[in-house]
Design a protein around this ligand. Structure first.
Ligand SMILES: Cc1ncc(C[n+]2csc(CCOP(=O)(O)OP(=O)(O)O)c2C)c(N)n1
Ligand SMILES: [Mg+2]
Length: 346
């Protein structure tokens, strides 16, 4: 069990890993990180313009999300939560569908055929059980597919976490549990979540390995998850990975994080930015320049803008129709609320 976080790239962009990384692979990861950040900023801006409902920003957590799905094959499953848009996108879930889920359109929850991912779970922790069930079903059918589930530090206090981990341990299901420990569950700090020194060590009690990784280091996350995927595929059972990371913004666009945490804490994590360390390393290899950066941003922005246009062209319900889709019959107070919603959205 590694209780010291595994790290390959320091925040200054120094590579401390064993083997020299493949430059093209790192450039590809960097491109994904850039696109992930652009989407996050775009989605927050759309929410501010009233074009998206509440959004859960993940800036600061891009390395965990990109690194976690990099080792997955298309036949593997991703079962993630509301903050994991980047991970889901890079496992094939289109930006358009992710936007639709935030626009209140249920079509967002139906990824294209062949994309092995469940819709983002809003229920904290419930989806870990689904991931274990999927992994077990794959094993019973004799495939070598694995299921990766992503959840937060807060989710580890749910009974569902225990049920999922216990079942996975007993039946040695091919499940990779990835806890994005971002230090906070809304306003609840990690120190109030559990008395365990680490979340990873909880795996020991369930009979499988737990690993701690620097969640702002995309190469380290990829390495650790790749090892866990190999174990699961080979029939050696689950692994719990704890990625230490941080969400730079509020819990959602409806939260003011300045009410429960200090600016200095955010500043400490800004200095460990997951994109910057990769950029610095590439720059040191002569594999990064401004022109390439602009090209990456332009390409990602074109893809994201196209997804926004497509999602917006599909969504055409009025605020009042949300009531019709939710209730079979409207009571008198609901009829009043419906007409107020219609009036306010004019
Ligand atoms: C079962 C359940 N309980 C409570 C909530 C309300 N809720 C939404 S997010 C959240 C905090 C989750 O924190 P964490 O697991 O650390 O994930 P993070 O938001 O930090 O990514 C809570 C309590 C919920 N959605 N589902
Ligand atoms: Mg959290």
């Amino acid at each position: 069990m590694h209780l010291k976080p595994h790290q390959v790239l320091t925040p200054d962009g120094v590579h401390t890993g064993r083997a020299a990384p493949d430059i093209d692979a790192v450039r590809a990861r960097y491109g994904a990180l850039v696109e992930a950040r652009l989407y996050d900023h775009k989605a927050s801006a759309l929410q501010r313009q009233g074009r998206l409902a509440t959004y859960a920003p993940y800036e600061g957590q891009e390395a965990t999300q990109v690194g976690a799905v990099a080792p997955l094959a298309a036949r593997d499953w991703l079962v993630a939560s509301y903050r994991d848009a980047a991970a889901m996108h890079f496992h094939g879930y289109p930006w358009k569908n992710l936007l639709l889920t935030r626009m209140g359109d249920e079509r967002g929850g139906h990824p294209p055929e062949g994309v092995n991912a469940l819709p983002p779970s809003i229920t904290v922790g419930g989806h870990m059980i689904h991931a274990v069930g999927i992994a077990w079903a794959e094993r019973l059918q004799g495939t070598d597919a694995v299921a990766l589930t992503m959840f937060g530090d807060g989710a580890t206090s749910e009974g569902d976490f225990h049920e999922a981990m216990n079942f996975a341990g007993v039946y040695r299901t091919p499940t990779v549990f990835l806890c994005q420990n971002n230090g906070w569950a809304i306003s609840m700090p990690r120190s109030h979540q559990t008395a365990s020194e680490t979340i990873a060590q909880k795996a020991v009690a369930y009979g499988f390995p737990g690993v701690v990784v620097d969640g702002n280091d995309v190469l380290a996350v990829e390495e650790v998850v790749a090892e866990a995927v190999t174990r699961a595929r080979g029939g050696d059972g689950p692994t719990l990975v704890e990625a230490l990371t941080y969400r730079i913004h509020g819990h959602t666009t409806a939260d003011d994080h300045r009410r429960y945490r200090v600016d200095e804490e955010v500043a400490t994590w800004l200095a460990k930015d997951p994109l910057e360390r990769v950029r610095l390393w590439l720059h040191g290899q002569g594999a990064w320049d401004e022109a390439w950066q602009s090209e990456l941003e332009a390409r990602a922005s074109r893809r994201i803008e196209a997804a926004v246009a497509e999602a917006e062209s599909l969504v055409s319900f009025t605020a009042g129709e949300i009531f019709d889709a939710t209730y079979q019959e409207l009571t008198a107070p609901l009829r009043i609320q419906r007409s107020l919603a219609e009036r306010d959205s004019q």
